[in-house]
Design a protein around this ligand. Structure first.
Ligand SMILES: NC(=O)c1ccc[n+]([C@@H]2O[C@H](COP(=O)([O-])OP(=O)(O)OC[C@H]3O[C@@H](n4cnc5c(N)ncnc54)[C@H](OP(=O)(O)O)[C@@H]3O)[C@@H](O)[C@H]2O)c1
Length: 346
C-alpha cells in the first residue's frame, strides 16, 4: 500500500516521501481501513516541522484525520464493522495520508453512509474542537454573543454553524475584506477587520451588548481587544497562536472583571474523555453533516501522488477552503463537484 512517510522534521515537501509499504499485520483489535478522504490541517504541518505537542519516531506515517471503509477486521472486532464507513480519531497513532490505514478499534467511530465522505473526513479535528470550545467553558444561552478571531478559517465556519444552531450570536474578526464577505455568507452576525480601528469597530458592532466568550486562534492584540468587551467573569479560550505572539490581555479588564484565560488542545480531550462521550459527540457532529448543518469550504482535492502540490496550496494564505487528499473511491469522486459549489456559497 502507498503511504506518505515523514523521514525527518522540516518543511513538508522536503521531508515527506510517498513510499510503498507492506500491509501491517492486523492485531486482534485492529481494523484495516480503505481510505476515502483525508484533510491537510495546520496541525499536520506543526507535527511535520517538529513543533507539535506530539513527536514521532522516523520514519513515521503522517496525516491526523480522515474517513474510510473497514476492509478487514481483527479476530476480536465486531463483524458488523466490516464494510462500515468510519472516522479515524486524530490521535496521531496512525497516519491517514495513505491508501490503507491500520487502526485499533478504539480509534475509530462508525459514521453514516449517507453523508458526504469529504465533509465527514473534516469532523475529527475542527468541528469537535468548535463544539468543545462552545460547550466547555461557559454556559451559553440563546441570544448570548461570542467573539472569535480568524473567523474565515474552517474553525471559524464551524464555530459560526454550531453557534447558530444554539441561537448564539457571533462577532467575527478577519484580516481582509474578501474573507469578511465569506464569513457574512456563512451567517456570521457581525464581521469586522483586524487593524487599528478594531476596538472602536467592536464596540459599534456590539451596540451595547457584551460578549460571553472569546475564542482565539491568532494571539497578539486582537484577542485582547475582544476581551475588553467581555462580561465580568467572561472566558477567553486560546486554541492556537497563528501570529506567533502571545495573547495580549488588557490588564485592567483582566483583573477587575475577573476574566479567565484558558488553553485548549483537542488531543487532551481525546486522551482523557470516556470513549462513549467521544463517540457520542462525533456521531452528533456526523448527523449534522448528514442534515447539511455542518460543512466547511473545500478549495481543492488531490490524489496522494500530488502531495507536493497539495502542501504548496495548503501553505498559501488567503485560501478559500481546505485542501484534502482523496483516494480511488468512486463515492468520493462523484460528490466532489457538488461539494465545492455548496461550500463556496456557504
Ligand atoms: N488546539 C486545538 O486542539 C486545535 C484544534 C483545531 C484547530 N486548531 C488550530 O486552529 C487554527 C485554525 O485551523 P483551521 O484548520 O481552521 O485553519 P485554516 O482553515 O487553514 O485557516 C487558517 C486561518 O488562519 C488565518 N491566519 C493565519 N495566520 C494568521 C495571522 N498571522 N493573523 C491572522 N490570521 C491568520 C487565516 O487567514 P487568511 O485566510 O487571511 O490567510 C485563516 O483564516 C490552526 O492553527 C489549527 O492548528 C487547534
Amino acid at each position: 500500500m502507498r503511504q506518505l512517510q515523514l523521514i525527518a522534521h522540516g518543511e513538508p515537501s522536503d521531508v515527506i516521501e510517498l513510499n510503498t509499504v507492506s500491509e501491517p499485520a492486523l492485531g486482534q483489535e485492529d481494523v484495516l481501513i480503505s481510505m476515502e478522504a483525508a484533510p491537510v490541517n495546520p496541525s499536520d504541518f506543526l507535527f511535520v516541522r517538529g513543533i507539535y505537542g506530539i513527536r514521532p519516531a522516523f520514519p513515521s506515517s503522517v496525516g491526523a484525520e480522515g474517513v474510510g471503509r473497514v476492509a478487514k477486521i481483527g479476530s476480536k472486532v465486531d463483524v458488523a464493522l466490516r464494510g462500515k464507513r468510519v472516522l479515524i480519531l486524530p490521535t496521531y497513532e496512525q497516519g491517514t495520508w495513505a491508501d490503507e490505514v491500520v487502526a485499533p478499534v478504539r480509534n475509530i467511530v462508525p459514521m453514516s453512509d449517507e453523508a458526504d465522505p469529504l465533509r465527514l473526513s473534516m469532523i475529527g479535528i475542527n468541528p469537535a474542537t468548535a463544539y468543545l470550545l462552545l460547550n466547555r467553558y461557559v454556559s451559553l444561552m440563546p441570544g448570548d454573543w461570542i467573539g472569535q478571531t480568524a473567523a474565515n478559517a474552517a474553525m471559524g465556519q464551524y464555530i459560526i454553524a454550531l453557534a447558530k444552531l444554539a441561537g448564539v450570536k457571533t462577532l467575527n474578526v478577519v484580516r481582509r475584506e474578501e474573507a469578511a464577505e465569506h464569513v457574512r455568507q456563512w451567517g456570521g452576525d457581525r464581521v469586522i477587520l483586524q487593524g487599528d480601528n478594531l476596538q472602536k469597530d467592536i464596540v459599534e458592532a456590539l451596540d451595547g451588548k457584551k460578549l460571553s466568550l472569546v475564542l482565539d486562534t491568532v494571539g497578539g492584540t486582537s484577542v485582547g481587544e475582544l476581551a475588553k468587551s467581555l462580561k465580568p467573569g467572561g472566558s477567553i479560550v486560546v486554541y492556537s497562536l497563528q501570529s506567533g505572539q502571545f495573547p495580549a490581555m488588557p490588564p485592567k479588564e483582566f483583573i477587575y472583571c475577573g476574566l479567565s484565560l484558558h488553553g485548549f488542545w483537542l488531543i487532551n480531550w481525546i486522551r482523557n474523555a470516556p470513549r462513549t462521550e467521544i463517540a457520542e459527540i462525533y456521531q452528533k457532529l456526523g448527523d449534522l453533516v448528514v442534515d447539511g448543518s455542518l460543512s466547511a469550504a473545500v478549495e481543492h482535492v488531490y490524489p496522494l501522488d500530488q502531495f507536493k502540490e497539495a502542501f504548496k496550496q495548503s501553505l498559501k494564505s488567503h485560501r478559500t477552503g481546505k485542501i484534502l487528499f482523496t483516494f480511488s473511491s468512486s463515492s468520493t469522486e462523484s460528490r466532489i463537484d457538488g461539494l465545492f459549489a455548496t461550500s463556496r456559497n456557504g
